[in-house]
Design a protein around this ligand. Structure first.
Ligand code: SF4
Length: 322
């Protein structure tokens, strides 16, 4: 067989509640206040989403010095450090915070435990904006570890009050292994009651675990900067399924599908469904005749929008507000 026959779709896949809310915040700010709206960092890590919002009048910046006085500024879904929050306030911007509430939950936990004298071990990827934002909740006292080897090297000032926090979009399996290493080295370490890895990351990885053994190839729709999308591709690879991540259908290569009977398809939490549909069309053009959706958890979570972004005449969703 030279061409794919069937496409199996992971469920759930694509947008999570935090991404939906973040994009909605930028769109509503554009509708209510007009362009330009400034956004610190890519609102979510997806090229299509960012280009679409740019076309509508959003300007993405990294340095607050690039935002003119009095402008409307939105913090991305990844969250920001206290220093960035303070600088934005001091510069007098009209601020909306699109930080995912599940990232804010980690920030709140860090602040609360720090008051009680805790030091932290954070499991995460160095340089990722979410990690920068969480590290920046305190002036020191959070030690970043990326792998088990880092756990052996970390040197907290004391070990009686030590807590673990994690980035929300890690590999569930890697995080469990690193947490076990932390526990083995620091038996008194406090772990979060509910893990910091978010429901969307967990559900998308569970769906790939179900899908991978049933397919010869897994395509993940996601941008290279998207942490949770990269973890999906890695997970499939670890399970022995060849996997590629693509930003759009244009990146698919015909040779990937040669001799492949079943193709699995999923999308990271920041990748819109329109891209998934374009990928399906392209794989169909290469020969696939059917598309089957696997059953999986139905996600119904929705986060409320910040105050001040209700559109005139639009119905306010129950619980809307902060
Ligand atoms: S991936 Fe998780 S933490 Fe990130 S925006 Fe989505 S729900 Fe929030």
């Amino acid at each position: 067989m030279n061409h794919p026959q069937e496409i199996l779709l992971a469920e759930p896949r694509g947008f999570c509640a935090g991404v939906d809310r973040a994009i909605d915040i930028v769109e509503r700010a554009l509708a209510k206040f007009g362009a330009p709206i400034y956004v610190r960092h890519e609102i979510v890590h997806n090229t299509y989403v960012v280009n679409d919002l740019k076309a509508k009048g959003a300007i993405f910046i990294e340095d607050l010095a690039d935002v003119p006085p009095g402008a409307t500024l939105i913090f991305s879904a990844h969250g920001v450090s206290k220093a960035v929050q303070e600088e934005a306030r001091a510069r007098g911007f009209h601020i909306f915070d699109a930080t995912c509430p599940l990232v804010t939950k980690v920030h709140v936990e860090v602040a609360k435990l720090a008051q009680e004298g805790y030091e932290f071990i954070m499991i995460g990827h160095k340089g990722h904006p979410e990690v920068e934002g969480t590290l920046g909740q305190l002036d020191g006292g959070i030690h970043l570890v990326e792998d088990v080897a880092d756990v052996a090297r970390v040197q907290p000032a004391q070990t009686d009050k030590l807590a673990v926090v994690t980035q929300t979009t890690l590999s569930v399996d890697d995080a469990a292994e690193i947490t076990a290493a932390v526990r083995a080295r620091f038996p008194k370490v406090r772990e979060p009651k509910q893990q910091d890895i978010c429901y969307a990351t967990q559900n998308r990885q569970d769906a790939v675990k179900l899908l991978s053994p049933q397919v010869d190839l897994l395509i993940v729709v996601g941008s290279p900067t998207s942490s949770n999308s990269n973890r999906l591709r890695e997970l499939a690879q670890r399970m022995g399924t060849t996997s590629y991540m693509v930003d759009s259908a244009a990146e698919l290569r015909a040779e990937w599908f040669e001799g492949i009977a079943r193709v699995g398809l999923t999308a990271g939490a920041s990748a819109p469904e329109v891209l998934v549909q374009q990928v399906i069309e392209r794989i169909k053009a290469l020969g696939a005749v059917s598309v089957r959706k696997l059953s999986g958890i139905e996600e119904t979570l929705k986060f409320p929008l910040p105050k001040g972004l209700k559109l005139d005449g639009a119905a306010q969703a129950p619980g809307d507000g902060e």
